[in-house]
Design a binder for this molecule. Structure first.
Ligand code: GLP
Length: 249
């Protein structure tokens, strides 16, 4: 196995450790007067990590004044105000509660006109590059093996782009959208190569329904059929799992 994994009793404990790693990174960059470039994820998996970061800000004075964030993805089309948007999610769970500068928050914009999207995606990549690249990328994983919204078939060299959501992904999102017919058919996502360029990657997976995809991701052959398997080629990735998600390893 090339991917390093750590198994915790539960997601509460695991999330605290991950938040602590992020906090330590932010503070070490602060000490060197440098920006800290974080790649962030949505979904249920990172919620407790964000809650712990908010607690560290409120109770232990952790500052995000030197932090620049890039989110992985956003549904398309999607307005920012929609409470199903990843824009809304990130503000609700993290940005509204910390001292990050609004101009340092980057989330793919689900309102960009379709004819402007290619250029928008190129610019998103460039913005990450010009910031110095991602120091840390937080990931969840979909049951299709997607990271961000890189669905099966995503090329290892893919960059930020518009993608079509897999049927299973739409099934999993259907409860958030009050039925599968309301789930957006597409999304903007950072590419596999965008993610793999991050200096450090931590993927979170909790619960029995992730056990099968975690096994296939860590122990299976590297293939675009399960884009998360490309993480096997990254030399600083850790899978942080609870006992249920690790139960088939
Ligand atoms: C969505 C997101 C992914 C996330 C996945 C898993 O599809 N685009 O980034 O990893 O959901 O979600 P959850 O953490 O709720 O299981």
């Amino acid at each position: 196995e090339k991917i390093h994994s750590v198994i915790f009793k539960n997601s509460v404990e695991a999330s605290k450790i991950v938040a602590q790693e992020i906090a330590t990174l932010i503070q070490s960059k602060q000490a060197e007067n440098q920006k800290c470039i974080l790649g962030l994820a949505t979904g249920s998996s990172p919620i407790r990590v964000y809650a712990e970061l908010v607690r560290l800000h409120k109770e232990e004075g952790l500052s995000f004044s030197n932090v620049i964030t890039f989110n992985l993805d956003e549904y398309y089309p999607m307005t920012k105000e929609n409470n199903q948007s990843y824009h809304y999610f990130m503000h609700e769970h993290l940005f509204n509660h910390i001292d990050i500068k609004p101009e340092n928050i980057n989330i793919p914009d689900g309102t960009v006109a379709i004819e402007d999207l290619n250029q928008y995606c190129v610019d998103y990549e460039l913005k990450i590059k010009n910031a110095g690249g991602l120091d840390f990328q937080l990931l969840g994983i979909g049951r299709t093996g997607h990271v961000g919204f890189n669905e099966p078939g995503s090329h290892v060299n893919s960059g930020t782009r518009l993608i079509t959501l897999d049927h299973i992904t739409k099934v999993d999102a259907s409860s958030d959208f009050n039925g599968i017919s309301n789930v957006p058919k597409r999304a903007i996502t950072m590419g596999v190569s965008t993610i793999l360029r991050s200096k450090r990657i931590v993927l979170l997976a909790w619960g029995q329904n992730k056990a099968d995809i975690i096994k296939r991701t860590i122990q299976g052959d590297i293939s675009a059929e399960i884009p998360a398997t490309f993480l096997q080629n990254h030399d600083n990735t850790t899978f942080v799992l609870d006992q249920s998600a690790a139960s088939e390893l």
